[in-house]
Design a protein around this ligand. Structure first.
Ligand code: NAD
Length: 348
């Protein structure tokens, strides 16, 4: 365990067992150098406590990187709850988790993640102030879509063969859920020509009717001719199988962990495809949640959302200067900011 902590440069790791509710939870605080650690709480039936600890540590580091590139005065952390087997009292479990949060005195604040709901966040809020994504907060998805929209505009600006405006630009969107659908609306309003896919037939039909989108089967989205490919469904979809099929000039979408491996970032670079690093371009939701938690103004939030575009342009410019892929540059910039190796100045 201590090897994992050292390798991940983790600040600290907290475990709590609460006998009355059956809570078994781990909170990993990766860094508080830039501010309190913010990150989601997931509840999953983990096979072992080792698995839960590994997940918390891995995800906490990602949150530090994401918050830093988004220009937030926050660190990164993550909580996991081992979902009890059989029936359990969910309210008592999340109340106990809220008390666990208080023990950390605000060094970590929690939010929604896999398996947790707005109602769970409301339950936590009855015990602790260190929680966001409650019912008074609202959905982060529209803000994630807005951040992706700014990311697409930055990609157009940076690519020598693409126009600066979205009018007539062909965008292929994979996944038409909360983020993908909102993004399609925005792109359509700006005159983009959409190609869409989803495994949910109703969502596809809605986009065809409302936005005049061309529809393709899920397996055909990779080879669909387009200027920008926007993955808004699943992770791991940029891999050795799909990258060869791509028929686009740029990739800019909301899905988490789009690159299956680090090598896939190099493959995109070698194919001359401009890639907007996922954890930067999809940080609009985090910005919204963070601004709510820190009680910052709407105008500050809008400034940070638009700033996703400027940060991306810096990454693309460094890609040109260094010959390293955007995915690697993003990690280097985030690490410099999180660990303070160099004075990286974002315009946030
Ligand atoms: P969602 O569950 O609302 O939508 C996902 C969509 O992808 C669904 O419509 C689903 O049917 C579709 N899909 C699933 N498998 C598919 C396949 N094989 N081919 C095509 N479509 C498929 O999720 P969301 O909130 O819109 O988030 C989309 C992505 O963005 C996810 O990867 C999520 O982790 C990431 N993300 C979301 C947010 C947010 O604020 N919601 C923030 C950051 C990152």
């Amino acid at each position: 365990m201590f090897r994992q902590i050292t390798e991940a440069h983790l600040d600290d790791l907290h475990c709590r067992y609460d006998e009355a509710s059956g809570l078994q939870s781990v909170i990993a605080i990766h860094s508080t150098r830039r501010g309190p650690a913010l990150g989601g709480c997931r509840i999953i039936p983990y096979a072992s406590s080792e698995e839960a600890i590994t997940d918390a540590i891995r995800l906490a580091r990602g949150m530090s990187y994401k918050a830093a590139l988004a220009g937030l005065d926050l660190g990164g952390g993550k909580a996991v709850i081992m979902e009890p087997e059989g029936d359990y009292d969910r309210k008592a479990l999340f109340q106990a988790f809220g008390r666990f949060l208080n023990e950390l005195g605000g060094r970590y604040a929690t939010a929604m993640d896999s398996g947790t709901t707005v109602m769970d966040m409301d339950t936590i809020a009855t015990q602790s102030a260190h929680v966001t994504c409650t019912s008074s907060c609202g959905s982060p998805a529209p803000y994630t879509a807005e951040g992706v929209y700014y990311g697409i505009l930055a990609s157009l600006k940076a690519h020598p063969d693409l126009p600066e405006s979205l009018k007539g630009v062909r965008v292929a969107v994979q996944g038409l859920g909360n983020v993908g659908y909102a993004l399609c609306r925005r792109l359509h309003n700006d005159g983009a020509l959409l190609t869409v896919t989803d495994i949910d037939h109703q969502r596809v039909e809605q986009c065809r009717k409302e936005f005049g989108a061309r529809v393709v089967a899920p397996e055909d989205i990779y080879s669909a001719p387009c200027d920008v490919f926007s993955p808004c469904g699943l992770g791991g979809i940029l891999n050795s199988e799909t990258i060869d099929q791509l028929n686009c000039a740029a990739i800019a979408g909301s899905a988490n962990n789009q690159l299956l491996t680090e090598q896939d970032g190099y493959s995109l670079f070698n194919r001359n495809i401009l890639y907007a690093p996922d954890y930067l371009i999809n940080s609009g939701g985090l910005i919204f949640v963070a601004m709510n938690y820190l009680r910052h103004s709407d105008s500050e939030m809008q400034r940070k959302l638009k700033n996703i575009s400027d940060t991306l342009l810096q990454i693309f410019s460094r890609q040109n200067q260094t010959g390293l892929p955007a995915s690697v540059i993003a990690d280097q910039m985030a690490e410099a900011m999180v660990y303070g190796h160099e004075q990286t100045k974002l315009s946030a």
